[in-house]
Design a protein around this ligand. Structure first.
Ligand code: GLU
Length: 288
């Protein structure tokens, strides 16, 4: 079972189509292909975009084999996952603001300061808060995120489930990949504005929906190392992974929703057929 998991932050564009077809063409003759809306961010995601994405996919001949899961409606499942991680003692509340982190990171002399996704590596300030200070901040309703205590998570896995060590997964193109989740540091698993995060939700849903092959853009390759760690902590199965190159424009820039002309809707209005659009995304034979 494969899936396409867009965030409804704009209209379906050619990059999405390539990504959707990467999964579709790998599902096998009897396999299923699912669509999931990764819409936990109310600032960026819109219902009308979700509806338009599904309409355009339908026009392209790409229909989800099961009802479309909307992450925004799945919050209790993410909460339950956070509760389990909390019980394991591998989560802690962090009260730092973005500028606190930038200031604290700048004061540290050791490199590197960035996680593989480009975010600032958290210097660990709130990890060492005393229990009374933490309780007081929580009781005062101070806004906070929940972070994974990376060192603790890795240590507990190493000692409790040594058979899983070293953490690895199968990349269909490259074979066994050894993971380095530690490069992410104490990553945020529940945001301040949304009580969940991309890493938490995507890993939860791939497991809960029984996805056996995750096809995703090359940009998300490093994130899989972190997802593998969450799977190990939660005792979830590990799918296989396959990465596809990101579509770029003539200048070599990654296609995004800003490229209005590459929106499937515009192509459709300009008279292109679904087959033309599938071919433009690099999959001329996908539905034959
Ligand atoms: N929702 C993510 C995106 O739109 C992709 C999900 C994934 O493959 O992990 O980039």
């Amino acid at each position: 079972m494969t899936r396409f998991a867009p965030s409804p932050t704009g209209l379906l564009h050619l990059g999405h189509v390539a990504s959707a077809l990467a999964g579709w063409t790998q599902k096998g003759p009897h396999g299923l292909w699912l669509v999931r809306m990764e819409d936990i961010d109310p600032q960026r995601c819109r219902d009308d975009y979700a509806t338009a994405l599904l309409e355009d996919l339908d026009w392209l001949g790409l229909r989800s084999a099961r009802p479309v899961l909307r992450q925004s409606a799945n919050m209790p499942a993410y909460r339950a996952t956070l509760d389990r991680l909390e019980q394991m003692g591998v989560l802690y509340p962090c009260f730092c603001t973005r500028s606190d982190i930038a200031r604290e990171s700048a004061g540290m002399m050791s490199a590197p300061h960035a996680a593989p996704d480009g975010s600032l590596l958290y210097p660990g300030t709130c990890r060492s808060l005393s229990a009374p200070a933490r309780a007081a901040a929580l009781a005062a309703g101070k806004p906070h995120v929940l972070r994974l205590d990376m060192a603790k998570a890795l240590n507990s896995l190493r000692t409790e489930v040594p058979a899983l060590w070293p953490l690895a997964y199968q990349d269909l193109a490259r074979g066994t990949v050894q993971c380095q989740p530690e490069l992410f540091g104490d990553v945020v698993l529940a945001r301040r504005d949304v009580p969940a995060s991309y890493h938490l939700c995507v890993t939860h849903d791939d497991a809960a929906q029984g996805v056996t092959l995750v096809t995703r853009g090359d940009d998300l390759r490093p994130a899989t190392d972190l997802h593998r760690l969450i799977q190990a902590l939660m005792g979830w199965p590990t799918p296989a992974y396959l990465y596809h190159p990101l579509l770029c424009d003539a200048q070599g820039r990654r296609l995004s929703k800003r490229d209005g002309a590459k929106a499937v809707r515009a192509m459709r209005e300009a008279g292109m057929t679904p087959e033309d659009v599938r071919a433009a995304a690099g999959y001329p034979d996908a539905l034959r």
